[in-house]
Ligand binder design. Structure first.
Ligand code: ADP
Ligand code: ZN
Length: 214
């Protein structure tokens, strides 16, 4: 069993790679972003509370996301966990270390997907996903088919995130550099960090991650 963190700025491709690892290795993806969007879709009290913060591109409190992750870790995962979008602050990183230790689990690798800022803006501003299956599309590099149907599942439900606009993206990048990028030093010092080039093709990134996982 392998537990890993995918670390990188918004738009680095963490979700795409996590989906692949789920399919190919039976790992369980824990995306706090997905969990928070689900809470909003369900109309829960917590979902309502965080909606504005997320739309602006700011981080929600450590307390909320640590609570979400604690529940999921307690459920266990035979193929291991992929932490995607968590931890995002040093406080979350410490909390994750404690939660894993409590469950007798270890962290096997932290993979940084390095991407430059100009590429991120281009990737994110054209992004959409399929409401049916989660397939990720991009207006320029991977557009929807002419008939408007998802090539994977046939759904016509095109979803765009409220925070995938230029203003929110600026805030998300600033939050990343101020609060999340210190985690690179933190995990480097612990000896857990491997950096890969997130700008290579999807397949090359896949291979790089596979090499780290062995
Ligand atoms: P991306 O990586 O594309 O920015 P995510 O889907 O991971 O997006 O997260 C979307 C938003 O959800 C974040 O901008 C933030 O508001 C909130 N969020 C997700 N994960 C966390 C976290 N670990 N800590 C605080 N806020 C989070
Ligand atoms: Zn689909």
């Amino acid at each position: 069993m392998t537990n890993i963190i995918l670390l990188g700025p918004p738009g680095a491709g963490k979700g795409t790679q996590a989906r692949h690892l789920t399919d190919s290795r039976g790992m369980v993806q824990l995306s706090t972003g997905d969990m928070l969007r689900e809470a909003q879709a369900n109309g829960s009290e917590m979902g309502k509370k965080v909606a504005d913060v997320i739309a602006r591109g700011e981080l929600v409190t450590d307390e909320i996301v640590i609570g979400l992750i604690r529940e999921k870790i307690a459920e266990g995962a035979e193929g291991g966990f992929i932490f995607d979008g968590f931890p995002r602050t040093l406080g979350q990183a410490d909390a994750l270390g404690e939660l894993l230790a409590e469950m007798g689990l270890s962290l096997d690798a932290v993979i940084e997907m390095a991407v430059d800022d100009a590429a991120l803006v281009a990737r994110i501003t054209g992004r959409s996903t399929c409401g049916g299956c989660g397939e990720v599309y991009h207006d320029e590099t991977k557009p929807w088919a002419a008939d408007g149907k998802c090539t994977n599942c046939g759904s016509t439900d095109v979803k765009r995130r409220a925070d995938d606009n230029e203003d929110s993206l600026k805030t998300r990048l600033m939050e990343y550099y101020k609060k999340t990028s210190p985690l690179l030093g933190y995990y480097y010092a612990k000896g857990d960090l491997t950096s890969i080039d997130g700008l290579s093709s999807m397949e090359a990134v896949r291979d790089d991650i596979a090499k780290v996982l062995g």
